[in-house]
Design a protein around this ligand. Structure first.
Ligand code: HEM
Length: 251
């Protein structure tokens, strides 16, 4: 935490001072909205330290999760050349050679399904701990107040009772009306309820943009014989990294 704070402190302090002392707002970004935020009841602003804490949380929650998703999505596309070629065609049809914009991403349904299917197979947050708040029975178990429950997207999203061919990478399943219920009940890489990820929309745009930018320029393949081993280290990562080959499109 100290190392992270040391990186952010000079940036946050300069921006905080700039706004509160001189009304300066050099960027319209998440940091600026935190600096300007006011408590809905008391009207108070965050202190500089509180902004630091918020920035650190967003950094921690937001960068490795998205990086993990990009890593596994590029791997799946490298494994499945037909899906890679199809999505490259979609990106070309929507965007041509122009820089990518948010409205363009909205028209890239296949790319969005690749994002969702990657999160189904490789949810970066593979399990979520929860505390039981009142005594209850669940299945054949009695749960006492204060017990810990683990909800695991990794298991639920790969369970054959929920998804057909659960270990297969099949982005089109998200377009199948027969799966509509399971998308609601058995797909929750961003959690659920009051603590659901606040960055889900941001993550979707960020990951889709990066994948589109890579795939439109490079043909990806997996080095012969390489099979990544997923391990849970804060997020789901490939144990020995993810070496992928970047070739010219059309080769
Ligand atoms: C694909 C990428 C992402 C995944 C899979 C993901 C997943 C999650 C999950 C599962 C939770 C809930 C944890 C729990 O219930 O215990 C969560 C919370 C959170 N996420 Fe994300 N996240 C992603 C990207 C982001 C991004 C990009 C940001 C910020 C820009 C972000 C900010 C947060 C914050 C601040 C929380 C805590 C919310 C709260 O407790 O009120 N996340 N995320």
């Amino acid at each position: 935490a100290r190392a992270i704070h040391d990186v952010f402190r000079p940036i946050v302090e300069a921006r905080y001072e700039g706004w509160h002392a001189r009304g300066q707002a050099p960027h319209r970004d998440i940091l600026q909205s935190l600096i300007e935020a006011k408590h809905p009841e008391t009207g108070e602003s965050f202190t500089c330290n509180q902004v630091m804490e918020q920035v650190s949380t967003i950094f921690l929650a937001g960068h490795e999760t998205s990086a993990s998703t990009m890593t596994w999505a590029l791997y799946m596309l490298a494994e499945c050349r037909h899906i890679q070629d199809r999505v490259r065609a979609e990106i070309a049809a929507v965007a041509g050679d122009a820089p990518l914009t948010a409205p363009m991403l909205k028209e890239m349904g296949q790319l969005r399904n690749i994002f969702r299917e990657t999160l189904r197979l490789y949810p970066p947050v593979s399990f979520l701990p929860r505390e039981v708040t009142c005594p209850m029975d669940m299945r054949d178990k009695h749960l006492e107040t204060g017990s810990m429950l683990v909800v695991a997207p990794w298991l639920t999203q790969r369970n054959k009772d929920n998804w057909a061919c659960p270990h297969a990478f099949d982005p089109d399943r998200f377009d199948d009306p027969a799966n509509a219920d399971m998308v609601k009940q058995a797909w929750f890489p961003f959690g659920r309820g009051p603590r659901v990820c606040v960055g889900a929309g941001f993550a979707q745009q960020e990951v889709m943009t990066v994948i589109a930018a890579v795939v439109r320029r490079f043909a990806l393949s997996v080095p012969p014989g390489f099979k990544p081993e997923p391990i849970s280290r804060l997020t789901i990562r490939p144990r020995t990294g993810m070496p992928l080959l970047f070739g010219a499109v059309g080769d």
